[in-house]
Structure formats: structure tokens, C-alpha cells
Design a protein around this ligand. Sequence first.
Ligand SMILES: NC(=O)c1ccc[n+]([C@@H]2O[C@H](COP(=O)([O-])OP(=O)(O)OC[C@H]3O[C@@H](n4cnc5c(N)ncnc54)[C@H](OP(=O)(O)O)[C@@H]3O)[C@@H](O)[C@H]2O)c1
Length: 246
Amino acid sequence: MKQLEGKTALVTGGSRGIGAAIAQRLAREGAQVALTYKASPEKAAGVVKAIEAQNGRAIAIEADSADPRAMVNAVETTVRELGRLDVLVNNAGIGVYKDISEFTVNDFDAIVAVNIRAVFMAVTSALPHLKSGSRIITIGSCQAERMPGPGGALYAMSKSALVGFTKGIARDLGPKGITANLVHPGPVDTDMNPANGPAADFQRSLMAVDTFGTGDEVAAMVVYLAGPESRYITGAGFLIDGGTNI
Ligand SMILES: NC(=O)c1ccc[n+]([C@@H]2O[C@H](COP(=O)([O-])OP(=O)(O)OC[C@H]3O[C@@H](n4cnc5c(N)ncnc54)[C@H](OP(=O)(O)O)[C@@H]3O)[C@@H](O)[C@H]2O)c1
């Protein structure tokens, strides 16, 4: 039997990149998967098709993470269409890099809305549906704790906020048998951070290994945290960053 047979997962930002890999890997382990998207409906439909081609069940839900009502709707649609919710993966995120003197209040609000408030909205909307054994997994960043260069103040702020939030909810939800953990990727080859992009050589210079990670490698860690063997892990953060800045 697959380790997530009978479970349902919701992955925010599952149309591309790390989220698409997580959605497919959770499905391969037997979970039904709902994935959200904003700008990439065709890519979201492609992920659903790929899961269905492996005899899995998946749905794509349009939900802008910056809109609190859309997050509530994404959770409600998941439960209505797929019958339950056991694993919430908060993956959707944006990176805005500028010198601190150039950031505007609109930049601040945008990054807080998607990277922090949407996580709060998804968690609080999901709670009434999460039974003992459920999992909350949030994608942070190695920059939550270490900032190797200029321009990332707001991004790093948003990801470190998730550390405090995750520790807090781990305390609140532990007695209910629900765990909450973070996965902190380093450089992963996606549209957000291509391995041939302008900042790639600088990032490689910080790493102990010589190559960017893949979405599938991050997804493997998420699957472990989603599965039954991780019951005793909560409030924790896991680096998967090729030894960046060790
Ligand atoms: N790649 C890295 O090196 C790296 C490193 C550390 C942490 N991370 C984190 O990993 C997560 C995924 O990153 P990625 O590299 O896969 O990014 P990506 O390639 O840019 O993909 C982002 C995903 O999030 C979705 N998304 C973005 N804004 C959204 C919004 N407002 N509402 C709903 N969905 C939204 C996108 O969907 P649409 O296209 O449909 O809008 C897409 O599916 C993020 O939280 C990021 O901060 C990435």
C-alpha cells in the first residue's frame, strides 16, 4: 500500500516549479491532490493530466494567494470535491529583490499577502477539516536565517515570519495530533531561480555541492513529512540547500 493512500492534499502554487513537483509526488504516494494556481491555468491543467495519467486523482483551483477569500475557497473546494483534507502544503510564494532604498509599501504588502497572510488563511481555513494525523508543511527558504547578498530583505523577512508561525501552530495543534513543519530550500532550478540565471553562479559559489537542487528533491522531503513516519516531528525546519553558506 502507498504511504498516502486514502489521504487528500492541498498544494498552493502547484502549477509550476517546486509546487508542481510536490503535487505529482504526493499523488504518486497515493494522495488525492488539489493544487492552486493564479497565472498559469494551462500548466495547472497539465499537472492534473500528468497525475491522472498515473491513475491518480487531482483538481486545479484558481486561487490568488494574495486574496484571503480565495484561500478560504480553495480549502472549501478541496473538501467539497475530494471529500477531506489531510495534508496542507503552503508552497506558493513570490520573490521580490531590490535594494532596501527602492522597496515601496506596495512591494511590502504584496510579499506579506502571498508569502505570509495566505499561509495564515490556508491554515485557519483548513483547521476545521484536519483530523489527528494531519500535516501542515510550509515551504520557507534557507534565506529565513542566512542572507548571503543584498536585495532580499523583504523576502527573508517573509520566510523567517513562517518560522515563528510554524513553531506557534505546532504548539497549538500538537495536542490534536496535527504536525506543522517547514522545508527550507536553497537554490532550486525553477522559473523563480533558473540554474542559468544571472544570480546562479553567485549562488553556486556559496554551496558545498556544485549544482542547483530540483523540485523533485524538495518534493521527496515534503512526502516524508506528509507521511506516517514523521509523526514525532513538529515545529521543525529542514534545510535542503546543497550546503549553502554552511
Ligand atoms: N526556487 C528556489 O530557488 C527557491 C528557494 C527557496 C525557496 N523557494 C520557495 O519555494 C516556493 C516555490 O518556488 P518556485 O521556485 O517553485 O517558484 P516559481 O517557479 O516562481 O513557481 C511559483 C508557483 O507559485 C504560484 N504562485 C505565485 N504567486 C501566486 C499567487 N499570488 N497565487 C497563487 N499561486 C501563486 C505560481 O502559480 P501561477 O504561475 O499559476 O501563478 C507557481 O505555481 C516559494 O515559496 C519560494 O519562495 C524557492
